[in-house]
Unconditional design. Structure first.
Length: 248
C-alpha cells in the first residue's frame, strides 16, 4: 500500500513561497494533523487488475489517497457494495477512530463473497491503511525558497551556509520543531538557543497558527536573528489569517 498527499499542501506551498518573497526570509509551513480529521466520504477506484485507489475526503478540505493491493479483479458490484459499506460505517469518524475501531465496525456486514474478501483486506490492514492516511505532519513540511536566505550576509561563510542547507534537508527536524508551536492564536517567536536545538541556534523562527475547519497547523518564516521583526510579524499574521480563510 502506498499513500498520497493532501490537497491542503498546495495552498500551504504557495503561501510559504509568497511569505518568503514578501519577507525575504525562508517561508515555512506545517500541514495539519489529520488523525483528528473527520472522514466525510470514501471512494474506491480501480486502477489495475490488482490495485485499487482509495480516496478519502476529510474535514477541512483535506484529501488522502491510498493504493490498496487486491488479489485479483474485483467485480463492479462488489466494489460499489464495499464503498457503500465503508461510507455507512465510517463517515463522520475521525481517522484515528476509524483506525482503532475498523475491525469491529466491519465485522457483521452481510455481503457477497467477493465483497467480503475485499472488506477482509480492510479489516486485516486497516490500521496500516488509515494510519498512513493520517500521516504524521512531519511528512508535510513545506518550504519557500532557501536562496532568499543564502544571499544574506549572515550566510556568506561556508559554515553558516552549510547549516542552512542542513536545515532545509532535515524536514523531520523542522516538523518536530513546528509541531510544538501551535495550540492557539497569536505570533510565536523563538531566537537562537530558545529553540532547544543547537542546529537551529543561528536562526529566528516566527510562526502563527492557521485553521482549516477543525484542523490547525502553523505557517511562518525562518531567518537570521537580525530581521525586521515588525514587518515580518505583520506579514506572518496576515498570511495565517489568509490561509485560514482559504481553508475554512
Amino acid at each position: 500500500m502506498q499513500g498520497g498527499g493532501s490537497a491542503i499542501e498546495n495552498i500551504l506551498r504557495r503561501a510559504a513561497q509568497s511569505l518568503g518573497v514578501l519577507t525575504q526570509e525562508l517561508g515555512v509551513a506545517l500541514g495539519p494533523r489529520l488523525d483528528r480529521a473527520a472522514l466525510r466520504q470514501v471512494e474506491l477506484v480501480r486502477v489495475s487488475s490488482d490495485r485499487l485507489l482509495m480516496v478519502l475526503s476529510l474535514s477541512g478540505g483535506a484529501v488522502r489517497t491510498i493504493f490498496v493491493e487486491v488479489p485479483g479483479i474485483i467485480a463492479d458490484e462488489a466494489l460499489i457494495g464495499v464503498t457503500i459499506v465503508l461510507n455507512e460505517r465510517l463517515a463522520g469518524l475521525t481517522l484515528d477512530q476509524v483506525r482503532t475501531s475498523l475491525a469491529s465496525r466491519l465485522r457483521d456486514v452481510a455481503t457477497t463473497p467477493q465483497a467480503a474478501e475485499l472488506l477482509n483486506i480492510f479489516v486485516q490492514e486497516g490500521e496500516q491503511v488509515f494510519g498512513r492516511a493520517a500521516a504524521d505532519p512531519l511528512d508535510t513540511v513545506v518550504l519557500g525558497q532557501p536562496s532568499l536566505l543564502a544571499d544574506k550576509p549572515e550566510f556568506a561563510s561556508g559554515e553558516r551556509l552549510r547549516q542552512l542547507i542542513e536545515l532545509t534537508e532535515t524536514r523531520q527536524q523542522l516538523g518536530r520543531m513546528l509541531e510544538t508551536r501551535g495550540g492557539g492564536p497569536g505570533i510565536s517567536i523563538t531566537i537562537g538557543n530558545e529553540h532547544g536545538d543547537p542546529r537551529l541556534e543561528p536562526f529566528t523562527v516566527v510562526t502563527a497558527e492557521y485553521n482549516a475547519g477543525s484542523l490547525s497547523g502553523v505557517i511562518g518564516v525562518i531567518g537570521p536573528t537580525r530581521m525586521p521583526y515588525d514587518k515580518v510579524i505583520a506579514l506572518v499574521d496576515h498570511t495565517s489569517r489568509l490561509v485560514s480563510n482559504l481553508l475554512c
